[in-house]
Design a protein around this ligand. Structure first.
Ligand code: FAD
Length: 301
């Protein structure tokens, strides 16, 4: 059975963590506790989201600066080009560069009217993420990651159009793609086949979302076109009102997902931490990733 199988290559796992800039003193406190707890797992890098939910560059810059000055973590900043001229983007990039940022996660960003409205590029700005990537390439010797959508982006008419956008971003100089979260590994494997068949060779890093709150996640997933397979509901069934049980189930699902993908040779995983440590830690512990070395501690899932 699944539980008896050893987790393949756990010692080779390279994990990255995603954070978002805090919006209140309480959230600030929570983020830094999370960072402190998770840095012991020696992530390959961490990243901080940008501009989502109506925020500007300031909170991202402040968070990135603190990560760079106060922790040993390799820190990437997300960057979007929505609603900004090329000059404004350049000024932001220079500011982040001065703060020590060498790795950007380059994104178009959601339409300013919110998800579901039509995206309109700023007249003086970058037209899409691929255009932003080539702009960044010209600005400095940055590591550039981009997004990828195993279940395609809601604005893409079909898989071909969606893959073409990824191809354009890679041709423009992106060296890694981080995926939208997904729960069905078969969907990812099929996507990866299509990506490779399109001649795209950069690492496609699965985005893993440990489920903090299934109801909220369903709402969010519907907006970004990610599916939640029936097995997820089935696993949580009967655990209503038992937060500890639900957390254990969530960690189990995430750990199994990573273990399963690692058996097919994947090593890099990007975890959406939601600025909370416990569930990410529970997931890593299940995988046998230890705090000391980032290597196997002997545990089996
Ligand atoms: P692109 O790669 O440019 O396009 C995404 C898809 O949309 C493409 O596949 C393309 O086919 C389709 N598309 C684009 N334009 C058109 C068009 N005109 N007609 C038809 N189809 C079109 N958002 C934030 O605001 N801040 C963040 O920090 C952030 N971080 C993210 C991190 C990851 C790993 C991911 C997966 C997403 C993140 N997002 C973030 C969300 C992202 O900004 C949105 O999904 C946005 O709508 C698309 O940006 P993109 O860079 O993925 O777009």
């Amino acid at each position: 059975t699944k539980t008896e199988r050893p987790i393949a290559n756990t010692s080779d796992l390279r994990i990255s963590f995603e954070f978002f800039p805090p919006k209140s003193p309480e959230m600030d406190e929570q983020l830094w506790q999370t960072v402190e707890a998770l840095q012991a797992y020696q992530p390959d890098f961490v990243s901080v989201t940008y501009g989502a939910g109506g925020t500007t560059r300031e909170p991202t810059l402040a968070t990135v600066k603190r990560l760079i000055t106060e922790t040993p973590l390799s820190t990437a900043s997300h960057l979007t080009c929505v609603g900004a001229t090329r000059e404004e983007v350049r000024a932001v990039v220079e500011e982040f560069q001065a703060a020590g940022v060498r790795h950007f996660v380059a994104l178009r960003g959601d339409p300013q009217g919110g998800v579901g409205t039509r995206y309109a590029p700023h007249p003086g700005g970058y037209v899409n993420a691929a255009d932003l990537v080539s702009g960044l390439r010209d600005m400095g010797d940055f590591e550039i990651s981009v997004s990828a959508y195993p279940e395609r982006h809601p604005e893409s008419e079909n898989d071909v159009v969606d893959l073409d956008m990824l191809k354009q971003k890679v041709d423009a100089g992106a060296t890694r793609a981080l995926t939208q979260f997904f729960f069905d590994n078969d969907i990812f494997e099929r996507y990866l086949e299509r990506v490779r068949a399109a001649g795209i060779t950069i690492p496609i890093v699965p985005g893993i979302m440990p489920i903090q709150n299934l109801t909220q996640l369903k709402r969010f997933a519907a907006m970004c076109g990610a599916s939640i397979p029936a097995f997820v509901d089935a696993r949580f069934e009967g655990s209503e009102g038992d937060p500890r049980a639900r957390a254990a189930i969530a960690a189990e699902i995430a750990a199994e997902q990573i273990a399963d993908l690692s058996r097919s040779g994947l090593q890099d995983f990007h975890i959406y931490t939601m600025n909370r440590a416990p569930l990410t830690i529970a997931t890593l512990e299940r995988l046998g990733v230890s705090t000391q070395t980032g290597n196997v501690s002997g545990a089996a899932a």
